[in-house]
Design a protein around this ligand. Sequence first.
Ligand SMILES: NC(=O)c1ccc[n+]([C@@H]2O[C@H](COP(=O)([O-])OP(=O)(O)OC[C@H]3O[C@@H](n4cnc5c(N)ncnc54)[C@H](OP(=O)(O)O)[C@@H]3O)[C@@H](O)[C@H]2O)c1
Length: 189
Amino acid sequence: MADVELEIVVAFLDKDRGFAYDNKFPWPYLKGDHEFYLNLTTSRKDPSKKNAYIMGRVSWEAWIDEEKCNPHLYTVVTSTTLKSEGVPYLQKVLPDLDAAIDYVTKPPVSDQIEKVFIMGGGRNYEICIDDPRLKRIWVTRIFGDFKANVFFPKFDHKFKRVSCPTLDESMQEDNGVKYQFELWERFTN
Ligand SMILES: NC(=O)c1ccc[n+]([C@@H]2O[C@H](COP(=O)([O-])OP(=O)(O)OC[C@H]3O[C@@H](n4cnc5c(N)ncnc54)[C@H](OP(=O)(O)O)[C@@H]3O)[C@@H](O)[C@H]2O)c1
């Protein structure tokens, strides 16, 4: 990959940027957000390529099998304890985020990868915010008084909100919960 561009995808609470509670989402199922993230992260210009997902072990374990098996995804998990051998749908386990990014952005794996998404959890998000290769953050901002115990880092000092012609930024609602999609891009000097 000539120019590595990383993208974060996250849904968090407007009130405190909480994105998980006891290894689950803090809010009820949001159909529109689910469809949005699947469409965003599985679409490719070149259909022969896949998109890489990099995520922490707990996020991997919380993820449903119906999505783990998506043939358009190439999944790498950061973990110091998990072994990839014999784990269905998991391409690789690496001990830190840098190693995971290197793995999917350098040959031979990079030949089959179009985009690289950082899919959580807290530690990977935290490290990635400071990585200049992180260009974009796709946020679903959730409104409501839900309780969280894992939080997305502060990022608006390094990123600015931008509009995107294909992004519907109007207020959405599912299951009685209001939410909005946002795109943020890293400030360029
Ligand atoms: N709302 C959202 O958009 C969103 C997005 C993603 C995930 N989630 C939710 O977030 C929760 C999980 O997030 P979390 O922060 O608690 O856990 P997590 O980061 O997914 O998993 C933590 C574990 O992953 C490994 N790990 C993570 N980052 C690492 C790194 N940089 N280097 C080495 N190992 C690393 C470690 O595993 P070992 O102990 O094996 O070393 C660590 O104990 C789940 O409930 C998931 O559903 C929500």
